[in-house]
Design a protein around this ligand. Structure first.
Ligand code: NAG
Length: 521
């Protein structure tokens, strides 16, 4: 999905920019630097250690540095050391631990027990994740420590289970073990504590430091059912979209509503105002605020004017339909609430970004825009070869003359022109239903089976493309059958501009990573 991709990039760019100038100033650090000579002893001496393997030139490592430092300071009091290893100086050590990208974070329980760190690269997440690692999967709570435990993390889950209820205990414990990296768990069999919470045994209670603060599970004791509930109960009613939360929202398979606002105060005020609406539609749509001062350009992807905030839009993530809210209107919970309701009830047409339909087609390549896509690509009996391009894409420019030549092979012969269309669409100015992984993307929509287009992945020569049209097309049109066989050999294998990789780790070679970063931007 193109919008997803470009947003991931916008976010990445922003986070790189804001943290590019991180602290080199050598004040006293709580992060311990280790070398080949000190590593093993250090790991033997400490029960639980978080280690970062990094390279000094790596941008993502620089972005992590201040957050890692902050987490180290906080975790020091809990006796969980954070260490780092410079892989450009300690090649052997890094090879031993199979480090393939930077930064790599690993959790050590002694030198031989290693597992990957799977949390987010933010100080709060680092602390929370490591605290969970330091505790048993299920801690025991009693009247003395219950209140403190409830607030030990953003989300705390406590089982109130009677001491003779083996089945409930087993389910809860095994659920906690499977989710121990994600949530903090405790249990108690003290009936007085259950009574004080106004619940009966067995009950599972989720405590959170936001919204209604507490949710009680009332479904059956089944691990999948509990997990579904935990996920819903732990998602804020009106959350915040940022690089950490974005992919979760996008993969949630329900629509996502964006509230764009430039200041924190404004976002907090709107979040408060929208909470009842979010509550009402919980499970049907996610509503979240987003910092327009940083991620404003993403508004353009939702067909909003990215200069005009606050703004509101809904994105149906599963089919990438967009519903921008009229920007001449005020953003308030009442009117926008009605809009949300209308969108959810299918009463609003999605907005489609399109260039105007060209009055005449000049040249052999048919120009398709969003508004003519259905007619020219789908609703006809021709094999349609369609190139999705971007004006800035160098490989698309290189392809252009060959693509014209290819198009002429069909366009110039009426018998062939009635069976094959060679077309192109600017995918940056037109919304397309297709998922595009890079530019150019070339797909053949065969007559009679337009819903299963075939993507082209061979060399971009006239002959190879014509062969593709012949082999994959329904009409089996051979462009060269009539004319002379021009052998056009211009293998150009590495053409796809990869814009899909998220690159949160950098590969080990500095030049490669520099290159990757520039492609991303
Ligand atoms: C659950 O079972 C374990 C192992 O038998 C026990 O240690 C623990 O106290 C039990 N938990 C509760 C809440 O009864």
């Amino acid at each position: 999905m193109r919008q997803f991709v470009s947003f991931a990039l916008t976010l990445l760019a922003a986070s790189t920019v804001t943290s590019a100038s991180d602290a080199k100033g050598d004040t006293v650090s709580d992060v311990v630097s280790l070398t080949k000579d000190t590593f093993e002893d250090f790991m033997k001496e400490h029960d639980l250690v978080l280690a970062e393997f990094f390279a000094p030139w790596c941008g993502h490592c620089k972005a992590l540095a201040p957050k890692y430092e902050e987490a180290a300071t906080e975790l020091k009091s809990k006796n969980i050391p954070l260490v780092k290893v410079d892989c450009t100086a300690e090649e052997e050590l890094c090879r031993d631990y199979r480090i393939e990208g930077y930064p790599t974070l690993k959790i050590f329980r002694g030198p031989d027990s290693v597992k990957p760190y799977l949390g987010a690269r933010q100080s709060e997440a680092l602390v929370s994740y490591m605290v969970k690692q330091s505790l048993p999967a299920v801690s025991t709570v009693n009247p003395e420590n219950l209140e403190e435990f409830k607030t030990m993390d953003k989300i705390v889950i406590i089982g109130y289970i009677s001491s003779d209820d083996k089945a409930a205990n087993e389910t809860f414990t095994s659920f906690a073990e499977s989710q121990r990296d994600n949530y903090l768990f405790a249990a108690t069999n003290d009936p007085a504590l259950a009574k004080a919470e106004d619940i009966s045994q067995p009950s599972i209670v989720l405590y959170k430091d936001f919204d209604e603060k507490k949710a009680v599970y009332d479904g059956e004791l089944d691990k999948d059912a509990i997990l579904g509930w935990v996920k819903t109960a732990s998602t804020p009613l009106v959350g915040e979209i940022d690089p950490e939360t974005y992919s979760e929202y996008i993969t949630a398979s329900i629509p996502l509503a964006y509230i764009f606002a430039e200041t924190k105060e404004e976002r907090e005020k709107l979040a408060e105002e929208f909470r009842p609406i979010a509550e009402k539609h919980r499970g049907a749509i996610n509503i979240a605020t987003i910092d327009a001062s940083i991620f404003g350009p993403h508004a353009g992807n939702l067909n909003l004017d990215p200069q005009n905030f606050p703004a509101f839009a809904i994105q149906e993530t599963t089919r990438n339909a967009k519903y921008p809210y009229d920007q001449s209107k005020e953003i308030n919970a009442e009117d926008v609430g009605q809009f949300i309701e209308d969108v959810l009830n299918g009463k609003v047409e999605p907005s489609i970004k399109s260039e105007p339909i060209p009055e005449t087609q000049e040249g052999p390549v048919t120009v398709v825009v969003a508004h003519s896509y259905k007619e020219l690509v789908i609703d006809n009996d021709k094999d349609v070869l369609l190139e999705f391009y971007a004006p800035w894409c160098g490989h698309c420019k290189a392809l252009a003359p060959k693509y014209e030549e290819l198009a002429s092979l069909y366009a110039d012969v009426p018998a062939l022109a009635s069976k094959v269309t060679v077309a192109k669409i600017d995918a940056t100015t037109n919304d397309v239903p297709d998922s595009i992984q890079g530019f150019p993307t070339i797909k053949l929509f065969p007559a009679g089976s337009k819903d299963s287009p075939v993507e082209y992945s061979g060399p971009r020569s006239v002959e190879d493309l014509a062969n593709f049209v012949k082999e994959q097309g329904t009409h089996k049109v051979d462009a060269f059958a009539a004319g002379d066989e021009k052998a056009e050999e211009e293998a150009d294998a590495t053409l796809t501009v990869s814009i899909s990789s998220k690159a949160t780790s950098e590969s080990a070679a500095p030049t490669e990573s520099e290159k990757a970063d520039h492609d991303e931007l």
